[in-house]
Ligand binder design. Structure first.
Ligand SMILES: Cc1cc2nc3c(=O)[nH]c(=O)nc-3n(C[C@H](O)[C@H](O)[C@H](O)COP(=O)(O)O)c2cc1C
Length: 168
């Protein structure tokens, strides 16, 4: 069972968990993958509730996000699924099926094609409405050197939150 909630209700819980990891899940055609994210934001843009996630070019997830219409962000309850976050954040979906490896359940979403992770306490379902590749010249040089020495920049994906709910 799930309980629909206003998108901002657990925003602080989302932001607190984010540096520890959440699952970004995307499906395009028959291809499904999830990866751990630690950076992102939640807010209100274009008169919509929006989540922004950042995916480096090197990720398999980037390949899928480029073809997908939507994504989900599944947030574990505090302290839960630590091992799975570590696996999803270090192994690539190019090499393994992370759902099988971690025994995570890809559950049908309410509003989008990409599934959600049933074991997580807080779910956001998002439709991609804007994407923006980072522009190197626009970035503070200290940040550039610190985070992008290998030129593996992020693409930012903005998703309108269509559904937000918690596990009962
Ligand atoms: C805690 C944590 C947070 C992470 N955050 C991000 C992130 O926000 N963006 C990103 O591109 N990679 C991030 N990563 C790295 C990816 O999750 C990792 O490279 C993953 O293996 C990519 O999987 P894929 O190739 O199946 O897409 C993070 C890893 C960890 C452990």
């Amino acid at each position: 069972m799930s309980i629909d909630i206003p998108y901002e209700k657990y925003a602080s819980q989302f932001l607190k968990q984010l540096p520890r990891g959440a699952f970004l899940t995307v499906k395009t055609g028959d291809t499904l993958n999830t990866m751990t994210i630690g950076w992102g934001s939640i807010g209100y843009i274009w008169q919509k509730p929006v989540i922004m996630v950042m995916v480096r070019y090197s990720r398999y997830t980037h390949e899928l996000m480029e073809k997908a219409a939507d994504f989900s962000v599944s947030v574990p309850l505090p302290g839960e699924l630590k091992k799975d976050l570590a696996v999803a954040g270090s192994k690539s979906g190019r090499d393994i099926d992370k759902f099988q490896e971690c025994k995570l359940t890809a559950k049908n979403a309410k509003s989008i094609e990409s599934p959600v992770i049933d074991e997580c306490g807080l779910i956001y379902e998002c439709k991609i409405i804007y994407k923006q590749a980072m522009q190197e010249d626009n970035l503070d040089s200290e940040y550039r050197d610190k985070f992008y020495a290998n030129n593996d920049f992020h693409v930012m994906y903005f998703g309108e939150i269509l559904s937000c709910y918690t596990r009962e």
